[in-house]
Design a protein around this ligand. Structure first.
Ligand SMILES: Nc1ncnc2c1ncn2[C@@H]1O[C@H](COP(=O)(O)OP(=O)(O)OP(=O)(O)O)[C@@H](O)[C@H]1O
Ligand SMILES: CC(C)(CO)[C@@H](O)C(=O)NCCC(=O)O
Length: 248
């Protein structure tokens, strides 16, 4: 059994893979190791010990070191961490320093290439809002990093005296102008997200797939009818990277 962990900036997602597919899965809000360990431990079927732990982490090295200690004390296993490379599984990174590309973005590119050779725009709408372009030859054409929905709201709340935005997940995209503060913020964020995705889609010369993932992906899907919601894209990419790098 393989335990796969996607450790983001505000949420952790994991799944336990057996020979016949996913045996257990979970997601929890939080970014510290305690969130990871309790999320996994509370939900793992009793007595289950994974053979392998593989991790996609955008957390600092100190957090990753604590995860290694935890897995070793828990199961005597050293986790395998995916890293962004110059080239892997038919994908060539656009970055001049490939190791600097967020591994969640890199693994999403690998997963997209694995299922189809059609060009793709991959949007991940989480704490940050990112878009990455992949052409039909498997060449990453670069990408974009913006603040995600909650992060944009928070920037206004912190940086102004009289703007207070809504709490909780955004309910819908509303592009028309609003006649109240909260609505005006939500309308502007909607416009920014729609424009962000439209711009990314216009950068590739040929038609491409639009893949969306992350906490706000469903919202994007309501505006872009061609969008394919692929919430496990990072975990799927983790499996592709592991196979390509270890041959297992
Ligand atoms: N129940 C919820 N609680 C909190 N945020 C939610 C919820 N449902 C949707 N969201 C949205 O999810 C977004 C955060 O996305 P996600 O949970 O995918 O973050 P993440 O995986 O930590 O991000 P990243 O990959 O950038 O580190 C927020 O902008 C928020 O609007
Ligand atoms: C942009 C985020 C935060 C998105 O999760 C992550 O991919 C990251 O930390 N990236 C490192 C910087 C980069 O991708 O260029």
């Amino acid at each position: 059994m393989i335990l796969e962990i996607d450790w983001g900036n505000s949420r952790i997602k994991w799944r336990l893979q057996g020979e016949s597919g996913t045996l257990a899965a979970g997601a929890d809000a939080g970014k510290d190791l305690e969130t990871v360990s309790s999320s996994v431990q509370d939900a793992l079927p009793a007595g289950v010990v994974p053979d392998t732990v593989r991790v996609a982490s955008v957390r600092p090295a100190a957090d990753e070191a604590r995860l290694v200690q935890w897995a070793q004390s828990q199961w005597r296993l050293t986790p395998w961490f995916a890293r962004s490379l110059a080239e892997c599984a038919g994908v060539v990174s656009a970055y001049s320093r490939p190791g600097r590309l967020g591994v969640d973005r890199w693994l999403a590119l690998l997963a997209a290439r694995q299922v189809s050779r059609e060009a793709a725009v991959i949007v991940q709408a989480g704490t940050a809002l990112t878009a990455d372009l992949l052409d039909e030859r498997g060449v990453h054409r670069g990408g974009y990093i913006a603040p995600g929905w909650q992060t944009m709201r928070r920037a206004l709340d912190v940086g102004t005296a009289r703007v207070r935005s809504l709490q909780g997940p955004p309910e819908r995209l509303q592009l028309a102008p609003a006649n109240n503060t909260e609505g005006a913020v939500e309308a502007a964020l909607s416009a920014m997200v729609v424009g962000f995705v439209q711009n990314a889609c216009q950068q590739l010369e040929r038609s491409s797939r639009l893949i969306v993932a992350g906490g706000d992906a469903g919202l994007i899907g309501t505006h872009f009818s061609q969008a394919r919601l692929w919430q496990e894209i990072v975990l799927d990419g983790l499996a592709v990277a592991y196979r390509a790098e270890t041959g297992a």
